[in-house]
Design a binder for this molecule. Sequence first.
Ligand code: HEC
Length: 133
Amino acid sequence: MPRPRILTLALMLSAAPPIASAQPDAEAQFERGQKLFTTYCTRCHGNNADGEGRMVKRLYRKLKTQLPSNFTLGIYSDRPAEYLHKIITNGGENYSMSKYMPPFGEELSVKNIDDLVHFIKKAPEKYARTVDP
Ligand code: HEC
């Protein structure tokens, strides 16, 4: 009897858990991180997270110091979250990086910094895809 089987299949499909249930959360966190990034970071790290912020031309190229990181590079999705979190909290100088990477631990909450870390780890996928073949 095919009918009950079809019914069972229909029930299974309708009862199936939403496959992308984790997505809306990740997307919301990315968007929170993106807003914070626009407020605090793009002047150096760029509107497209590519390290080409407006301060770069004016300041860094003249000073010939280490340029702000380009977060569209694939390596950033593999950077440990704790590592990114520490640098954003304490600034570059504490980790033998550029002193022009400022510390944000007093300005931003731990949750804000978590959102920024999430944003940076997603940036290669979100921004580089449009450029890659
Ligand atoms: C005044 C300019 C400036 C601002 C503003 C700034 N950065 Fe940076 N940032 C830098 C520079 C320069 C470096 C490169 C340090 C190095 O490689 O020595 C850097 C490096 C980093 C790194 C290290 C990544 C790596 O290459 O391993 C992280 C993470 C980072 N920035 C996150 C942020 C976030 C998040 C914000 C905003 C909350 C921000 N930065 C704002 C200048 C800035």
